[in-house]
Design a protein around this ligand. Structure first.
Ligand code: ZN
Length: 154
């Protein structure tokens, strides 16, 4: 992937971001999923239009790519995003095996529109007991038994 290809796909992601903002469908974020140099899926943030806060550009583009390819594995795929992915979208990239992502504006840049992604990334670096969201591990055997049942299914 040349730097020129990166710019082509990034500019497409930015065009998607501008369009969704101008339609009033969501804040200006767009994403393109590329496999073997070919754009196979794209999406923009549509959280305002849908009222569904998971409709981030990267998440929706990855969903479309998985459906297009008929798989939940995206090894070898690059995601181009107008803005640095939030922790939710980055988590999905890990889950699907995305190999690379390229972005134009940073989570620090996105603070000017009220994004909390930079703060969330900082929080995730802390030990779980030190994070702003409290958590509790209650180790019930039946929960582990479910995992074993799933592993052993025929
Ligand atoms: Zn996101």
């Amino acid at each position: 992937m040349t730097q020129e290809d990166d710019l082509i796909h990034l500019r497409r992601a930015i065009a998607l971001a501008r369009a969704t903002m101008e339609r009033g469908d969501g804040p200006p974020f767009g994403a393109v999923v590329v496999k073997d140099g070919v754009a196979i899926a794209e999406a923009a943030n549509t959280t305002l239009a849908s009222g569904d806060l998971i409709e981030h550009a990267e998440l929706m583009a990855i969903r479309h790519a998985c459906r297009e390819l008929g798989t939940v594995r995206l090894d070898g795929v690059t995601v181009y995003a107008s803005g640095e992915p939030c922790p939710m979208c980055l988590g999905l990239m890990y889950q699907t095996g995305v190999s690379r992502y390229v972005f134009a504006s940073s989570v620090e840049d996105a603070r000017i529109i009220g994004s909390r992604s930079a703060d969330t990334y900082a929080d995730l670096k802390r030990e779980p007991s030190q994070r702003s969201i409290r958590s509790a591990h209650v180790p019930l055997p039946e929960a582990v038994e479910l995992l074993e049942a799933w592993r052993n299914r025929t």
